[in-house]
Design a protein around this ligand. Structure first.
Ligand SMILES: Cc1ncc(COP(=O)(O)O)c(C=O)c1O
Length: 442
């Protein structure tokens, strides 16, 4: 018998899990086997309240009927159609539906399969745009410290999380970073956006002075930095970035992978902040986490710049086998319908104050050194254990799971972003349980 046949179906070793402490997990696995609306069911039959919308993606709640049916119907009707030089109606329908909810001017859509691929696509569009306009000396990409833009080479190059970068060689060249907007030890427990700090955007002017605007293609930021621990921009900061980029002919890219689709109580963060970028990156909530799909939205100015030369030529040498996949497109359409039917893209605005008050009620609990919030995003930062960073928050995560709530941790920061269908009673349950967990932490 070969060793392959000896592997039991439930052996955990074959799957090298992503962003997971594999050895620790496999000693004490945490498994979900079912989900419905606001809850997961664990393999031992317990209900767990979803405080994180899966991984910031299940914005409408789990296993919503319209989405489930649309996926099943499309898989039965037409599973796949070639993405290059062929089309199918739902990819076009979804692009139109996206443009209809996007900020004015974001008129064209390129599909991807994830947030990371959306990032790569956006960076490539930005570089190629300048080139097709005859401005090919604009090759630099500017990101921000503590930014997260997925895990592919472009994304980790413009991203600013050291642990995601340090193993992978030289990365992309021609990248620089603005400082992040966080001020540890200052402005703790600010509710929403803080008043001072917009001037941090002027750091972009310093970078422009260093490299010259004529070498810079684009600036990419998350409107609210999520994965690095929920860093809320100071009031006026994004507006200022927009002014500076516009002044210098630099494209502004918003990575809306977590802020898109209602997270801040508006369809996109661009709406919340009243700042329209040139390129908008989405994924996650686009299909409610069901089928992998991302979308990059661009202005007509960018799209039209490519539409030149002989008509039989491909205008942009980029795309994926699964760009606009039929099942993913059906999932996306049904997701946008569910958001619309239930008012979910703006429901966060109604709940934001209640969410904020509930979160900030944790102030004063053991080890809590900061609390941050915006829309339906919240973070509780814990004092790290001396010499063992991340351990305290991870202990909170495991205890929370055992107590029946799903939270997320990054470093010593607990992040929460529940499905937008959450009720006030469920907010109380989530925060109440977290409070008990925090009180029991060492
Ligand atoms: C802002 C941002 N960009 C990109 C990504 C990468 O998305 P994915 O994991 O789908 O590749 C994430 C994922 O959390 C994200 O938060």
């Amino acid at each position: 018998m070969s060793s392959r046949q000896n592997v039991a179906p439930n052996d955990l070793s074959a799957f090298w899990m992503p962003f997971t402490a594999n050895r620790q997990f496999k000693k004490a696995p945490r498994m979900f086997v079912k989900a419905k609306d606001m809850h997961y069911t664990t393999s031992d039959g317990r209900q767990v309240l979803d405080g994180t919308a899966g991984l910031w993606c299940v914005n409408a709640g789990h296993c919503r009927p319209k989405i489930v049916e649309a996926i099943a119907e499309q898989a039965a009707e037409m599973d796949y159609a070639p993405a290059f030089q062929m089309g199918h109606p739902k990819a076009f329908e979804l692009a139109n539906a996206l443009v209809n909810i996007a900020p004015e001017g974001m008129n064209h859509v390129l599909y991807t399969n994830s947030g990371s691929e959306s990032v790569e696509t956006a960076l490539k569009v930005a570089l190629a745009y300048h080139r097709v306009k005859g401005d090919g000396s604009r090759f630099r990409l500017i990101g921000r410290e503590r930014g997260y833009h997925g895990v592919n080479f472009g994304g980790i190059s413009v991203g600013g999380i050291v642990t995601n970068r340090k193993m992978f060689g030289t990365l992309l060249t021609g990248v620089d970073h603005m400082p992040h907007t966080h001020t540890p030890g200052k402005n703790q427990f600010t509710r929403g956006e803080r008043e001072e700090g917009a001037d941090l955007a002027s750091e972009l002017e310093r970078i422009v002075t260093l490299h010259d605007a004529s070498t810079i293609a684009a600036v990419i930021v998350e409107p609210v930095a999520g994965s690095t621990g929920v860093l809320i921009p100071p009031k006026g900061y994004l507006q200022k970035l927009r002014e500076i980029t516009k002044k210098h002919g630099i494209l502004l890219i918003f990575d809306e992978v977590i802020t898109g689709f209602g997270r801040l109580g508006t369809p996109f963060a661009a709406d919340y902040f009243g700042v329209t970028p040139d390129i908008m990156i989405t994924a996650k909530g686009l299909t409610n986490g069901t089928i992998p799909m991302g979308a990059v939205l661009v202005t007509s100015e960018i799209h039209d710049a490519f539409m030149q030369g002989p008509e039989h030529m491909i205008e942009f040498m980029h795309g994926y086998t699964y760009s606009g996949n039929p099942v993913a497109s059906a999932a996306g359409l049904a997701t946008l319908e569910t958001y619309k039917d239930e008012g979910l893209l703006t429901r966060g605005a109604e709940l934001a104050k209640y969410w904020e008050d509930a979160l900030h009620s944790l102030k004063g609990l053991p080890h809590v050194i900061d609390i941050r919030n915006l829309g339906l995003i919240g973070a509780v930062e814990l004092q790290p254990i001396d010499g063992a960073p991340t351990k305290r928050a991870f202990a909170a995560f495991v205890k929370a799971f055992e107590a029946g709530i799903l939270i997320r941790t990054t470093g010593d920061i607990i992040a929460m972003s529940p499905p937008l269908m959450i009720t006030k009673a469920q907010i109380d349950e989530l925060i109440g349980t977290l409070s008990t967990v925090l009180k029991g932490l060492e």
